[in-house]
Ligand binder design. Structure first.
Ligand SMILES: [Zn+2]
Length: 464
């Protein structure tokens, strides 16, 4: 009798492990099919080409923004989604104009020197003749905060903290140094400065100026510019020798009234749980320099590709798979907040959301995030996917980081994932005129799309 019980337990264990192995083999095969299919039949690179070359940069609320909404809506519609629609989003609208003059005008050592600069998003214009003033350099917002208003009044504040090169993830370095761009000009304005210059957020030693949002809230905006790295270094070097150095600035940016734009949404209905949603997305808007190729045309076409490869392979998901191309990530996050509010009001249940907004470079893996009560369990449930995805270069499935647009869903108990490509070259292009189609590699883009589709496939099968 005793012997028989052991035998039964042994047989159950063997059959269970056989079935787990069979399931694992099936998953390995299916993920292989997804990669093979995307690497040979994907439309993502062509879509990106159209977005970049036929439409170009597309700040939210602009005519090009509207063209990008319509183009991606058509692409989702023609790939055979079960439902495609536009979700209205009211967005702030700002244009940089045509003038971005910035130069040192009274150096005893070097004379008149042109600085490579561009307006930051929501910068004010100067008056038509421009402005000139002395410059004070700081290495952080807190250094400025400690200064008396008298010292700052009437001056141009120059924020010159570099991104930390010792941080291997450039996103961590960006997160740290980014504060001087988002909050520095406001703090300078509060203290009576007439303008702000911000060292560009990049680790590349070129002289291309980087734009990006700066937030004034209720404070009256002042002219605020991103400075190329070489220009920032030169200004800093001269300032160390000539305290009375003056910079001249002329800008013709403009803040307009709010505009109506849309989140673009397409979905494949779930066969078992149509009311439970797995979301994938990127943001359709871009900064108004370059073509928004890495940021975030790549994330948009990868997200669209997930639905496309499911359709091509005839994969019938258990949950509803929804692709969302968010409006206004760059200068307001209105797309993400509108989406989350509406999901809450409608009682929609999202089980997971994945965002691709780290560029179109070679895949590394995924970060994940959720409220503490569910994060540990979600992390444990997804670790078995690493083994399946690692042969394709997706080695990371780690806690920490997701995406700005899906962030507002966190409090609705959604497990969030951020696609993580290699980050070393991302800030060579980010928010600059160099963020163009040619800077995205077809194969790297497609590997990313295939990996995201594979993660969606595995989540749909096993979680949450
Ligand atoms: Zn982005």
């Amino acid at each position: 009798m005793r012997f028989n019980i052991f035998l039964i337990i042994f047989l159950i264990t063997v059959s269970l492990s056989n079935s787990i192995q069979a399931q694992n083999d099936e998953d390995v095969e299916k993920v292989g099919d997804i990669f093979d299919n995307v690497l040979t039949q994907s439309s993502s690179y062509n879509w990106l080409h159209y977005l970049c070359k036929n439409i170009g940069h597309r700040i939210a609320g602009s005519p090009a923004g509207a063209a990008a909404v319509e183009y991606t809506r058509q692409m989702l519609d023609t790939m055979g989604c079960d439902k495609v629609w536009l979700q209205p989003v009211k967005v702030p609208y700002w244009t940089r104009g045509n003038i971005a003059e910035c130069r040192i005008i009274n150096s005893q050592i070097a004379g008149d020197i042109k600085l490579s600069a561009c307006a930051l998003g929501y910068s004010a214009a100067t008056d038509i003749a421009g402005i000139s003033a002395e410059v004070i350099e700081v290495k952080s917002v807190s250094e400025l905060e400690k200064m008396s208003d008298d010292k700052v009044k009437g001056k141009i504040v120059f924020f010159n903290a570099p991104m930390d090169p010792t941080k291997v993830s450039t996103f961590s370095a960006y997160g740290e140094a980014g504060h001087q761009r988002t909050a520095g000009p406001r703090k300078a304005a509060e203290k009576g400065a007439v303008a702000a210059l911000v060292r560009s957020l990049t680790l590349k030693a070129d002289d291309i100026p980087h734009s990006g949002v700066t937030i004034f809230d209720e404070v009256q905006p002042i002219p605020a510019l991103g400075l190329g790295i070489q220009s920032a270094e030169r200004l800093s070097a001269l300032l160390s020798k000539e305290k009375q150095l003056k910079v001249y600035i002329r800008l013709d940016c403009k803040k307009h009234k709010d505009q109506l734009t849309y989140n673009v949404i397409g979905e494949i209905k779930g066969s078992e749980f149509p009311d439970k949603i797995i979301l994938i997305g990127g943001h359709i808007d871009s900064w108004d320099l370059g073509e928004g190729a890495h940021d975030d045309g790549a994330g948009c076409v990868q997200s669209m590709e997930v639905l496309h490869v499911f359709k091509r392979l005839g994969i019938k998901p258990r949950h509803t798979i929804r692709c969302v191309l968010f409006a206004n990530e760059e200068n307001g996050l209105k797309g993400g907040s509108t989406y989350a509010d509406e999901a809450k009001n409608k009682g929609e249940k999202h089980v997971a959301a994945i965002e691709s907004d780290g560029g179109g470079h070679t895949p590394r893996g995924f970060g994940m995030d959720a409220v503490p009560e569910i994060l540990k369990d979600a992390y444990a449930k997804t670790q078995k996917f690493r083994e399946i995805l690692a042969p394709y270069g997706f080695y990371e499935l780690v806690t920490g980081g997701s995406g700005a647009d899906i962030g507002p869903l966190k409090n609705q108990n959604v497990v969030l994932f951020g696609y993580r490509p290699d980050s070393q070259r991302y800030f060579d292009f980010h928010h600059t005129e160099n963020d163009v189609f040619e800077s995205v590699h077809k194969r790297e883009l497609e590997l990313g799309a295939a990996g995201i589709a594979s993660l969606v496939f595995l989540i749909d099968k096993y979680c949450f």
